[in-house]
Design a protein around this ligand. Sequence first.
Ligand code: HEC
Length: 150
Amino acid sequence: MSERFTKSAARNVFYGGSVFFFAIFVGLTAQSHWHILTTSTDVSTLTESVVRGKEVWEKNSCINCHSLLGEGAYFAPELGNVWVRYGGKDDAEAAREGLIAWMQSQPTGIEGRRQMPQFHLTDQELNDLVDFLEWTSRINTQNWPPNDAG
Ligand code: HEC
């Protein structure tokens, strides 16, 4: 019995298994990449203002308090769907105004409520941020989060 599983057979199982699973790994990586490019990223609406908005988002480290599509900190609300929460699907102009007014009126100073700092953003930066948040809200997240409040 033990002679049948020779050293060379063990070596073949090792190398064969490694090559096989490495090939699967490469295939899945390519599939993920392809999915990101063709399904989850809407390149046609990826405007310059969306890109600038993302830069404003990064420069001000909004992610230190907020999460975006689940990634980030859990001190403040998820913002991947904030555009939807502000009614952007029905009235884009009102959602834009609402979001900008919200950011401009922080901190509220209401006792017992978590506070968001005032970032003193310019009109351009605020509009770019809203463009970024609107674009993000359209990313196909396969229905995550399960409700708008998430
Ligand atoms: C120091 C933590 C902190 C940082 C940094 C921060 N926020 Fe906030 N943000 C909050 C808190 C806390 C709330 C909720 C406050 C409340 O409900 O009164 C909030 C709420 C919001 C809301 C409203 C969410 C909703 O569901 O009504 C928006 C929009 C928002 N932040 C955008 C931003 C953007 C854009 C940045 C970066 C420029 C940012 N925040 C950075 C703490 C932060």
